[in-house]
Design a protein around this ligand. Structure first.
Ligand code: PEP
Ligand code: MN
Length: 363
């Protein structure tokens, strides 16, 4: 495992209080738009003003960012409201121009994190520079790639390092623009408890209505802050119109957040201890019955082997999924959960049967 050297957020030289709120437009469009958005955000509890200057777009022909001249508009707007700034950088030239303009925090976008050549180029341009860098997760759910980007930055001396969780692209239809797959940032937190993790509900949700619930979930998972896109006139934004909110709405979202503590007092510790003991008991029981289930799967494997029958019996599998989903609904278990659970159990069962049939432990 990599060993990242990370400066805790409290030592980044800002006066940040959890949850840190980063807000501002998806894209910097005009000087007036930047200034008005910032002024309307001034008293909404934000800590950092964001704006995209160079925009990585999925298809050509869309607005690809205002470029270098927007940097001065962003810096000036932030100065008016006394906040630090952050922008996305994807090339050495972006880094050079952002540093020259006096940007305070850089972030690396999801489409850049996936590409080690690009990350290395950005890292090389940052050698010897002491600036915080937030690394968005790669568009695909690959924790190693995410960590790899941070290692490249760490190797050139960037230690004020944080992560931004913005969800993961998927082919499946979902209510989210990018599936949250919370297990990835949760694993990152487990590996690096000191690393600040900011959640970006705007790019996870893709539509503004879902932003409050995802924001609250992020805080309840004890992440450090939120990056939410805001615009003076969201519906007419030049990029990501459907997910941006007005500065006033941003203020409402921020003030309705419930900030809970991750610290346990003695009362909570005792109360939870009893409940956790029950959870441990149930987990142990679950492992035991899974072991039993696989024993039966191996017997089925022997029978199929001796009788020349394939491992996968699609009809039977279809029947299992339908039956288990139906039964689980009565126990208030979600369909997604039961499908994932049964798929994992089925895959393990196939592994056991494959081993019996071919006398190997297949993947
Ligand atoms: C953005 O923050 O505007 C952006 C382009 O995000 P992402 O890299 O997460 O797509
Ligand atoms: Mn955006």
């Amino acid at each position: 495992m990599s060993n990242l050297n990370i400066v805790p957020l409290k030592d980044w030289g800002f006066n940040f209080e959890r949850p840190i709120i980063i807000s501002g437009p998806c894209s910097c469009e005009t000087e007036e738009q930047m200034l008005e958005t910032a002024q309307r955000l001034a008293d909404k509890g934000i800590h950092v003003l964001r704006a995209g200057i160079w925009k990585p777009r999925t298809r050509p022909g869309m607005f690809e960012g205002i470029g270098k001249e927007g940097l001065a508009w962003l810096v000036n707007a932030a100065k008016q409201i006394g906040k630090p700034t952050t922008v996305e950088v994807a090339t050495a030239q972006h880094v050079e121009e952002a540093l020259e303009a006096g940007i305070d925090i850089l972030w690396i976008g999801a489409r850049t994190t996936v590409n080690p050549f690009s990350v290395q180029e950005v890292a090389d341009a940052l050698r010897g520079v002491d600036i915080p860098v937030l690394v968005k997760n790669p568009i695909n759910p690959d924790l190693q790639l995410w960590l790899g980007s941070m290692e490249r930055l760490n190797a050139v001396g960037i230690t004020k390092l944080g992560a931004i969780h913005r969800g993961f692209s998927s082919y499946e239809k979902s209510k989210y623009r990018n599936k949250p797959m919370w297990e990835l940032p949760v694993e990152l937190r487990r590996l690096y408890p000191n690393m600040p993790i900011i959640v970006d509900p705007s790019h996870i949700c893709g539509v503004r209505d879902l932003i409050p619930s995802v924001s609250q979930k992020a805080l309840d998972l004890d992440f450090d802050g939120l990056m939410i896109e805001s615009h003076r006139d969201p519906d007419n934004a030049w990029s990501d119109a459907s997910q941006q909110v007005t500065p006033e709405r941003l203020g409402e979202i921020v003030s309705s957040l419930v900030v809970r503590s991750s610290k346990l007092d003695d009362y909570a510790e005792n109360k939870l201890e009893a409940l956790r003991a029950q959870i441990d008991r149930i987990d142990n029981y679950m492992l035991e019955i899974m072991g039993e289930r696989m024993e039966i799967a191996r017997k089925i494997g022997e029978f199929k082997r001796d009788n020349g029958i394939t491992i996968l019996q699609t009809n039977r599998w279809d029947e299992i999924i339908h039956d288990r989903v139906k039964k689980a609904a009565k126990k208030e278990l979600t369909e997604d959960f039961v499908k994932d659970l049964m798929e994992a159990v089925h895959q393990e069962s196939i592994r056991h049967q494959t081993k019996i049939m071919n006398n190997i432990l297949a993947e």
